[in-house]
Design a protein. Structure first.
Length: 558
């Protein structure tokens, strides 16, 4: 309401102060209102944490790590778009510039990567990892003709460039970005000299080597082996989602994290229960015959800096690393729950959503503990079920192809909730009220659907919503348009959906998954309208951080 008044006032002002024939001004005003709407999808929150547990030496590490993270940010700009400075300097409208910074380029990440700046086409699927005019077939047939180059061309750590002779060249990151990576490497090495914890020191030294050699294995092992560090830093080329052409190329990013020891101890306990939880899954024996890894650990952190890939568009609140399967087999994975980012999303997004869409009597059931548990067990649940199909068709990932990421996220969501229910029955999570988890989960579905169908999480939540609706796990009051959970039916729906997904995955049933998706991946007008009510209320979709030394200065000694 307020916003549309401001916009119409702007237009009115434009009419009064500028000649109506001044078309350019009118167009500017229209563009400005569009960008205002886009900016309203984000709310800025300061990214801070309690640093009092750090020693003076550890505090000295923070500025060095932030500088190294900033280099990852620059490198990600190069990978996602290209020349950041020329581009940003060309933007006159400050809000447009700010929005471009949030998106690391001229494409709106919360709106299917559509361009929001005049003169730009749709975002290239291969971002800036491949020559702009290179097609998928061209790449594949070049590899077909030059099989000896396949490994380099498909490597996580090379960028593909054209040559004069119609060839494709694979330039290693350590060469292509040599200067910046050398700087980042030096910063990590300097930071390592201040590390009190031996494990952290070793990891930083090896990570410094990795950045300039493209060989991350040893540093990943060292990262898994360090257990008592208070400061953690995830840095380097890590996830490959930015490469939507093939998913081969890793994007640079950094998180600087402070471990919350007390919460981490609480979490460690649940990892021990994984084998029991796997046994209790509501499916036939054959769908749960794999053993979940016990090496894995689960810790809670407060983040103090995000850079590059993880800072682009929507912000990650839980991580599961490393991605290297060789390291995973040897050491398992670590799941990192980013508590302060979660809390910010809970306070600024989930709570306001609940106030609009959840029945007043159930608002008491919305709380941060339940949200934290739901997200935490989502991460744990990725480790349950099976990775290989039961009929020898290969891995679930390979057989379900483009459906895999959404169904895997759906699995994690629903099994997470199933596990919470089981743990509560086992007397392990006895001081919780399951209704809190269910109602908070329902509110969370609305939050995630807003990420859109371009996001695996968005798709997974939409499927869950429609499945729950069919089984009447929630009711919607037609007069007030608010939702409430039906406790009994919710439990049945959670079990049914868990079973459905585990079986589709285990059978490697691509056709069945397609049918399942076309049945449940729909937004009916009623839901669309309810989601619109959130936008009208000005409830943001995601958060942006105010971060760095400015927000931490008071806590650091220099
Ligand atoms: Zn997940």
């Amino acid at each position: 309401m307020k916003k549309s008044m401001i916009i119409s006032f702007n237009i009115l002002a434009a009419l009064i102060f500028f000649n109506c024939a001044d078309k350019e001004k009118e167009v500017d005003e229209m563009a400005a209102s569009g960008i205002q709407e886009k900016m309203a999808k984000y709310i800025t929150v300061p990214l801070t944490a309690d640093l009092s547990a750090l020693s003076e030496k550890e505090k000295m590490m923070i500025p060095l790590l932030i500088d190294a993270a900033k280099i990852m940010d620059d490198l990600f700009w190069l990978q996602a778009f290209g020349d950041k400075d020329t581009f940003l300097n060309s933007l006159k409208n400050p809000m447009e510039k700010k929005f471009a910074e949030i998106n690391y380029g001229p494409w709106d990440r919360l709106d299917g990567n559509l361009p929001f700046i005049e003169g730009y086409n749709e975002k290239p699927l291969g971002a800036n990892f491949y020559p702009k005019d290179m097609s998928k077939d061209e790449f594949d047939s070049f590899i077909g003709e030059n099989p000896e180059l396949a490994e380099d061309l498909k490597s996580l750590y090379t960028v593909i460039k054209p040559s004069d002779t119609d060839k494709l060249l694979a330039a290693p990151y350590s060469v292509e970005y040599a200067e910046k990576l050398k700087q980042a490497s030096d910063l990590l090495r300097r930071a390592s000299t201040f590390a009190d914890d031996k494990g952290l020191r070793k990891y930083l030294e090896l990570r410094a080597d990795a950045l300039i050699t493209d060989n991350y294995y040893d540093s990943d092992i060292a990262w898994m082996e360090m257990k008592n560090n208070l400061i953690d830093v995830v840095i380097g080329p890590i996830e490959s989602y930015e490469d939507r052409l093939f998913g081969y190329k890793a994007a640079f990013e950094a998180y600087i994290l402070i471990k919350d020891k007390e919460w981490s101890e609480r979490l460690a306990h649940f990892v021990e229960l994984l084998p029991q939880l796997q046994k209790d899954l509501p499916v036939d024996e054959k769908y749960k015959r794999e053993k979940p890894g016990l090496e894995s650990d689960l810790n809670a952190y407060d983040a103090i800096y995000y850079a590059g890939d993880c800072n682009a568009g929507s912000k990650t609140i839980a991580i599961n690393l490393p991605n290297d399967e060789k390291v995973q087999l040897k050491k398992g994975t670590r799941r990192l729950q980013l508590k302060n980012s979660m809390k910010a999303k809970f306070d600024k997004i989930l709570t306001p959503i609940s106030e609009v869409l959840i029945k007043a009597e159930q608002l008491n059931n919305i709380n941060f503990n339940a949200f934290f548990n739901n997200v935490m067990f989502h991460e744990v649940a990725h480790g349950l079920g099976i990775k290989n199909t039961i009929i020898g068709k290969g891995t679930v990932r390979e057989t379900l192809k483009e459906h895999y990421s959404a169904i895997e996220e759906g699995k994690a969501d629903i099994l997470g909730l199933y596990m919470i229910t089981k743990l509560n029955e086992m007397g392990e999570l006895k001081d919780i009220d399951l209704m809190d988890n269910y109602v908070t989960f329902l509110a969370g579905i609305f939050r995630s659907i807003r990420f859109g169908a371009a996001s695996a999480h968005g798709r997974a939540n939409l499927i869950c919503f429609n499945f729950f609706k069919e089984l009447k796990a929630f009711n919607r009051d037609p007069n007030s348009g608010v939702y409430s959970v039906d406790f009994e039916k919710m439990q049945t729906a959670v079990e049914e959906l868990s079973r459905k997904i585990l079986i589709l995955q285990g059978d490697g049933n691509y056709e069945g998954t397609s049918e399942f998706f076309s049945k449940y991946l729909i937004t009916d007008p009623e839901l669309e309208n309810d989601l619109k009510r959130l936008t009208v209320k000005g409830i943001p979709v995601d958060i942006v951080f105010e971060q760095g030394l400015n927000v931490l200065r008071d806590q650091l000694l220099f």
